[in-house]
Ligand binder design. Structure first.
Ligand code: FMN
Length: 375
C-alpha cells in the first residue's frame, strides 16, 4: 500500500496497523536545533489515547512514544534537540484482541474500508481494520507535536462543536473548558447535554457523527503557494485524509452560500502595530490560498462509527449475502478522539508551508510598501 507520506519539506511517513506490534512515523525535514523530548509528544498522545472515558473505545493503549532517532543532547547545554536528521517515533500496540473480530473475518462492515481494501489489494485484514484503523492517527498526533514547534509562536487548538443534532452555543465558547470535559467541548452546558445524549447512543450499541473546529493562531501572513499548493487546499486534503472524515469547511465554509458580498467582506483597517486589522474573518484566515495573518479556522465532519451492534445487511468475501453485527470495543463517536488528530494535521500542514515559504521567499517583503512602489 503506497502513499503513506504527506508534506513536502516537513515530510511525514507513517507505518503500522491496528493489530501489528507497533506503529509510528518518520519525520524528514524537521529543522535542526528545536528542543524536543518524548514528553513534548506524549502530552498530545495522551489526549488522543483510547479508554479514557466511557464515551471512547475501551481498548487500553498507553500509547507511550519512544524517539528512536533525530535528537541529540548537546553536551554543553544538555538539552535534547532535533538534529535535522529523520526523527523516528515508535508507539507499541499492547492491547490487541484479534479474536473480537473472528466472527466477522470474512464479512465486510458497511461503512468501513474492508471491501475497498479487499477489492483493490486482494487482502482483508479483519483485525480492527488493519491499516484502515484509526490506530494510525496516533502517529499523526506524534508528528503534529513536533510540527507545532516548527512555526514560532504557533498555537493550534481544536474543539468538538456538534454531536449528532446537538450543537454548542458559540456565545459560551471557552477554550479552558475543552480540557475539563471528556468531549473536548468548549461549551460546558453543551458538554452536559452531549453526555446524556451519548450515553443513550452507547447503550443502544449505536454510534453518531460529529463536527470538529480547528483554529490556528499566530500563523504568519504569506503561507501558502498558489495555485496548486494553496494553504486551504492542503488543509482540506489533510483533514479529508483523517479516518471517517466526510466534509471539510474553511472559514464560513458552506454558509458563504447564504452571504451577500457585503456580509462576506472581511473589511480592513490599519492597526496600531502598523499591520492591517480585519474586522471579521469569514475567510478563515486564507485568501487566494495564502494566509492573511488572521487565525486559520477550519472544520471537519466525521461520520458515525460503522461498527455497531444492530445487524446490517452485507456480503462476504465469497460474494454471499449475509448480515453483520460488530461486537468488540469501538468508539460510539469517533469525533471525540478526532479532535487532537485535527490539531495535529493542521500543525503539520502549517509547518510544511512555513518551511516552503521560507525556502522560496526567505525574508518577508517590506509591508506597507512605499507609495512609489505601488505603480
Ligand atoms: C479517532 C478515530 C477512532 C475511530 N475508531 C473507530 C472504531 O472504533 N470503530 C470503527 O469502526 N471505526 C472507527 N473509526 C473510523 C474508521 O477508521 C474509518 O471509518 C474507516 O477506516 C473507513 O474509512 P473512512 O470512514 O475514512 O471511509 C475511527 C476514526 C477515528 C478518527
Amino acid at each position: 500500500m503506497s502513499f503513506n507520506t504527506f508534506g513536502h519539506l516537513f515530510r511525514v511517513t507513517t507505518f503500522g496497523e491496528s493489530h501489528g506490534p507497533a506503529l509510528g512515523c518518520v519525520i524528514d525535514g524537521c529543522p535542526p536545533r528545536i528542543p524536543l523530548t518524548a514528553a513534548d509528544i506524549q502530552r498530545d498522545l495522551d489526549r488522543r489515547r483510547p479508554g479514557q472515558s466511557r464515551y471512547t473505545t475501551q481498548r487500553q493503549e498507553p500509547d507511550t512514544v519512544r524517539i528512536l532517532s533525530g535528537v541529540f543532547a548537546d553536551a554543553a547545554g544538555g538539552q535534547e534537540m532535533t538534529t535535522g536528521t529523520p526523527i523516528a517515533l515508535l508507539i507499541d500496540n499492547v492491547d490487541q484482541r484479534s479474536k473480537d473480530y473472528s466472527a466477522i473475518r470474512d464479512k465486510y462492515r458497511p461503512g468501513h474500508a474492508g471491501y475497498t481494501y479487499d477489492v483493490k489489494y486482494g487482502l482483508h485484514d479483519y483485525r480492527g481494520g488493519g491499516r484502515a484503523s484509526a490506530r494510525e492517527t496516533a502517529a499523526r498526533v506524534a508528528a503534529g507535536a513536533v510540527a507545532r514547534k516548527v512555526v514560532p509562536g504557533l498555537v493550534v487548538r481544536a474543539a468538538l462543536v456538534q454531536i449528532g443534532p446537538h450543537r454548542i452555543d458559540r456565545a459560551n465558547w471557552d477554550w479552558a473548558e475543552v480540557g475539563r470535559n471528556p468531549f473536548f467541548c468548549p461549551d460546558a452546558r453543551a458538554a452536559a447535554q452531549f453526555a446524556g445524549y451519548l450515553d443513550g447512543v452507547r447503550k443502544a450499541g449505536s454510534s453518531i457523527g460529529a463536527v470538529i473546529e480547528v483554529v490556528a493562531e499566530n500563523v504568519p501572513a504569506g503561507l501558502g503557494a498558489p495555485v496548486y499548493g494553496k494553504l486551504d487546499a492542503d488543509i482540506a486534503a489533510a483533514f479529508m485524509g483523517i479516518n471517517a472524515v466526510k466534509g471539510v469547511e474553511i472559514g464560513d465554509g458552506f454558509a458563504v452560500a447564504q452571504l451577500s458580498g457585503e456580509d462576506n467582506a472581511d473589511e480592513m483597517r490599519m492597526g496600531n502595530d502598523g499591520r492591517p486589522r480585519f474586522l471579521s474573518n469569514h475567510a478563515g484566515g486564507i485568501l487566494g490560498g495564502i494566509s492573511t495573518g488572521q487565525p486559520v479556522v477550519a472544520r471537519f465532519a466525521v461520520k458515525p462509527t460503522s461498527s455497531i451492534l444492530s445487524a446490517r445487511r452485507t456480503v462476504d468475501r465469497t460474494g454471499r449475502e449475509t448480515e453483520i453485527v460488530t461486537t468488540g470495543r469501538h468508539d460510539p463517536c469517533v469525533g471525540i478522539r478526532a479532535v487532537p488528530v485535527g490539531e495535529a494535521m493542521l500543525a503539520c500542514v502549517l509547518a510544511d508551508h512555513y518551511l516552503r515559504h521560507r525556502g522560496q521567499v526567505g525574508e518577508a517583503p517590506r509591508w506597507p510598501r512605499a507609495a512609489s512602489q505601488d505603480q
